[in-house]
Unconditional design. Sequence first.
Length: 127
Amino acid sequence: MSAERPVEAADAELARWRRIWETDEQYPVPVAGRPGPLGALVAVAKRLLRPLVKAPQNDLWQRQREFNLVLQDRLEAAHRVDRLGEEIQRIQGELADDLRSVRDAIMGHLKTHDGRLDHLEGYKTEG
């Protein structure tokens, strides 16, 4: 299991996918599962046929790449919002802790002053 927080791990994954789509990384030609000369012949045939099959589909692949990059932008924005939400929760927790300490300090001072007022009230009743 990774020590990274889920959002950070997702950001790393998104960055990897962005790099793939922006650079238009080519996947390797699959190797033939056949051993021997027949397997080598099939591998060569695949390498030779790949440009012929790929050329007519370039327009479709370009559209898909652009769609994927737009989707990538949306996902990255969603992760930025998630990270911002985590930061807001952290700050709210810190503020709540600060407010509790201020409240406790004020209550301590009020108790001190109540004791002084009681002492003064005693003088008033005696006098």
